[in-house]
Design a protein around this ligand. Sequence first.
Ligand code: C5P
Length: 220
Amino acid sequence: SHSQALAGKEILITAGGTREPIDPVRYLTNRSSGKMGYALAEEAVALGASVTLISAPTALPAPRQVNAIYVESAKEMRSAVLERYNKVDVVIKAAAVADYRPLKEYDRKIKKKDDRFILELVKNPDILAELGQNKKDQILVGFAAETDELEKYAQEKVRSKNLDLLVANDVTIPGAGFAVDTNIVTLFDKDGQAEPLAIMSKKEVARRILLKIKELLSQR
Ligand code: C5P
């Protein structure tokens, strides 16, 4: 059985969609529900791992037996992840991290005035890329949500971010991606080899990802 397949392993999982502050009452975010990351946390516990979940806001209850740390912005998530990186065996970055944040966070509410209003954005740090650059012997797993040319972008990402595994899904297919309880993913290994999985619950997808990670851990 798989019951204790990840016993003794420290796993760090990120989940949810980051919130990038605009002013005291507003932020930018995305459609991530957090369901995939939370399912991974629950299944990792079920497989005997010690789990830290770094979560951007979601509507989900904290999974049992998980060390949950709540963050809002990409910058906060970055600090929380980097602080723990060297103490873990596996990092799974299931969070939807905003690519851009407002250049300036206003300390007072922006008042309605002109007909047009330009909000300037700057690039957020790419946490996953940074983890890839500083990797020692951790297993590093990324996610990719794409609408076009899934395979091409997935293979590029595995290489450029120095990943051990990439979970890619085409978010234009019904039953895949944001908010729903099912997912249709393809796993890409570090050589860019594709393993497409059938449609299944996010719980089952989580289990398949974790068993693949178990395989990678036992190869080192
Ligand atoms: O390159 P892209 O943003 O599509 O990669 C998605 C993967 O990178 C996800 O695993 C996500 O959690 C991670 N990511 C990150 N920091 C960012 C953007 C994405 O860790 N700023």
